[in-house]
Design a protein around this ligand. Structure first.
Ligand code: ADP
Length: 182
């Protein structure tokens, strides 16, 4: 049973690593970005609201995200889950702690992926998603440092963070990551 959070700035490779680890360990990959993008393409009420926010690189309100994640966790695999893109604010981290206790879930491990701003900006520009324009990327980084980075401190104080350097060969990084979990 694995209960994992993959953490780090936009473009650091959270999605790529989370997908690999989820496949390898048979975990539910819960990507809030993917869930929101699906809502956008399905044209749901959530999608319409989220699109305007995502396009400028701001954060979707905490109450909405907390509800989405609680539902996904409740339906996750018995092998466990890997959360990707959540929590993104200290408020979300607090809500997650509460959700864990409501769902009788135990300890989590936080995988903190590291790369510098220049590297991630170049990667995002190459990826070219609709929210990967220079302007939106700059705002996402700003939002990351202001609202999301403090989440790392929140978990560091609990002693559950494992740092992984996220630059290099994708499979090598994934191998390092798995070693950290055993
Ligand atoms: P990246 O990690 O590359 O920035 P994501 O796919 O995780 O991209 O997220 C894309 C966008 O979706 C974010 O910029 C934000 O607007 C929204 N989003 C995703 N997860 C959350 C969350 N936990 N809280 C608020 N907004 C979120």
């Amino acid at each position: 049973m694995y209960q994992l959070i993959v953490f780090g700035p936009p473009g650091v490779g959270k999605g790529t690593q989370a997908e690999l680890i989820a496949k390898k360990l048979g975990l539910s990959h819960i990507s809030t970005g993917e869930i929101l993008r699906k809502a956008v393409s399905d044209g749901t009420e959530l999608g319409i609201k989220a699109k305007a926010i995502m396009d400028i690189g701001n954060l979707v309100p905490d109450e909405i995200m907390n509800g989405i994640v609680k539902e996904a966790l409740a339906g996750s695999s018995e092998n466990g889950f890997i959360l990707d893109g959540y929590p993104r604010t200290v408020e979300q981290a607090r809500a997650l702690t509460y959700t864990f206790s409501e769902l009788n879930m135990g300890e989590v491990t936080v995988i903190n992926l590291i790369a510098d701003d220049e590297e991630i900006t170049q990667r995002l520009l190459k990826r070219g998603r609709t929210d990967d324009t220079r302007e939106t990327i700059a705002n996402r980084l700003k939002v990351y440092y202001k609202s999301t980075e403090p989440v790392k401190q929140f978990y560091t104080e609990l002693g559950i963070v494992k740092d992984i350097y996220g630059v290099g060969d994708v499979d090598e990084i994934s191998k390092l990551l798995l070693e950290e979990l055993h």
